[in-house]
Design a protein around this ligand. Structure first.
Ligand code: DOR
Ligand code: ZN
Length: 433
């Protein structure tokens, strides 16, 4: 077999090429040279002296971009490291990820931003961008030095995992972030309302005997942040939207011209609260899995553009972290390696979303939300690409995942659609173990 890893110039021929910008999938061939997409032709075969990778009708798309990954390094290397998290990303078809600030130390200082970027350059398997904290230590009290964080390389700001409860702090944060042209990504859950909750508040929380968090805990938080974004004119992005009411607030805000964007996770789009019946700790996430009506509203919002993009909220936790009483288990599930297959199976496979729309929500849209490069299938762009067999069936298991943690509710469940590998600046990284 030819080792594509070391090829500097080659054709990928006979692929179904997905262009998220034009919204078309057409058969053609792509010339990759010196890490760039040099040429795209709509010929199935190419006459050339260069090596040719016969794609055999596989789907070739821009590499996925995840704007919500918890890499856990520094501080929680037992859960994930930059090396394993980026290997998981590449295996899932991602060529760029943006990592969250809730590490230890928190990414609230330029030296930590620089440290993460250096570690990613040394041991990363995909591009890594860094989100810095909004407030020092994620404590919601003192805002960080955004100018210095930006100079060090931060691309956005977030206290993800926590809501900034002090409205004056959030107002100032938006004002200063706006001056630096940085988006604030808000984790919208009012902690006074979610207090010690384990799942969504509904019939199911009563039935299962778990304390619930009402949808209002998210909607109140979203409403306040939208109002503050409107007041300040600064850019706001709502992380992991999970309720129909939150969708409604975002839709109305966009209509009035508020600069607000939003993401939804693969788990909130495909899994519902009733699945907690077996008390699987891997289904415990913040915000919690909601009801079927919420899922329907999220899907409608993906289709009409109210929700701008899909982001994983890949949140690794060790088996030891999770193998405790339900209320002691930390919230979060991994997602990088299963997101495409999960969404392809549950949404594209069931007629909820077109394949090209799913690709757009995982490529050009997240890039647009944070103003990142990539996500485009065009000549002159870096050859950051993903090769996918949308029909291959496979089953995620501990043994075929690269993440250091296995806290996924999808282990042992057959999915349709498998990432074959990515080209990162033209270099092949095969995902199949
Ligand atoms: O479920 C979650 N886990 N939601 C978050 O917002 C944080 C994350 C984590 O860091 O584990
Ligand atoms: Zn998160």
């Amino acid at each position: 077999m030819i080792d594509w890893k070391d090829r500097k110039e080659f054709w990928v021929a006979g692929a179904r090429i997905a262009d998220p910008v034009t919204g078309r999938i057409r058969t053609g061939s792509v010339l990759i040279r010196k890490g760039l997409i040099e040429e795209i032709t709509w010929q199935k075969q190419v006459k050339t002296d260069l090596p040719v990778l016969e794609a055999g009708g596989l789907l070739l798309a821009p590499g996925f971009i995840d704007i919500h990954t918890h890499l856990r390094e520094p501080g929680f290397e037992d859960k994930e490291t930059i090396e394993t998290g980026t290997a998981a990303a590449a295996a899932g078809g991602y060529t760029a990820i943006v990592c969250m600030a809730n590490t230890d130390p928190v990414i609230d200082d330029p030296t930590v931003v620089e440290h993460v970027l250096k570690r990613a350059a040394d041991s990363g398997n995909c591009r890594v961008y860094v989100i810095a904290a909004v407030t020092k230590g994620l404590e919601g009290v003192d805002i960080c030095e955004y100018h210095h964080l930006k100079e060090a390389g931060a691309v956005a700001l977030s206290d993800d995992g926590k809501y900034i409860t002090n409205s004056q702090v959030m107002r100032s944060a938006l004002e200063y972030a706006g001056m630096q042209g940085l988006v604030i990504i808000s984790h919208c859950e009012d902690p006074y309302l979610t207090n010690e909750s384990q799942m969504n508040e509904s019939y199911w929380s009563t039935k299962l005997g778990l304390k619930g968090a009402h949808a209002a805990s998210e909607e109140i938080a979203v409403a306040r942040d939208i109002r503050l974004a409107e007041l300040t004119g600064s850019m706001l992005h709502i992380a992991h939207v999970s309720t129909a009411g939150a969708v409604d607030l975002i839709k109305k805000a966009k209509k009035r011209g508020v600069v607000v964007t939003a993401e939804a996770t693969p788990h909130h789009l495909t899994l519902d609260e009733s699945m907690l019946e077996d008390y699987d700790r891997n289904l415990k996430v913040n915000p919690p899995l909601r009801g079927k009506k919420d899922i329907a509203a999220l899907l409608a919002a993906l289709r009409d553009g109210t929700i701008d993009c899909i982001a994983t909220d890949h949140a690794p936790h060790t088996a030891i972290d999770k193998q405790v009483e339900f209320d002691l288990a930390p919230p979060g599930m991994i997602g990088l390696e299963t997101s495409f297959a999960q969404l392809n199976t549950e949404l594209v496979g069931k007629g909820e979303l077109e394949l090209i729309d799913l690709i757009r929500l995982m490529t050009s849209r997240p890039a647009d939300v944070l103003g990142l490069p990539g996500g485009k299938m065009a000549e002159g762009e870096p050859a950051d690409l993903v090769l996918i067999d949308p029909n291959e069936r496979w089953t995620p298991e501990r043994e075929n995942l690269r993440s250091k943690s296995f806290n996924s509710p999808l282990l042992g469940k057959e999915l349709t659609g498998r990432v074959q590998g990515v080209f990162l600046e033209g270099k092949w990284f095969s995902s199949i173990i």
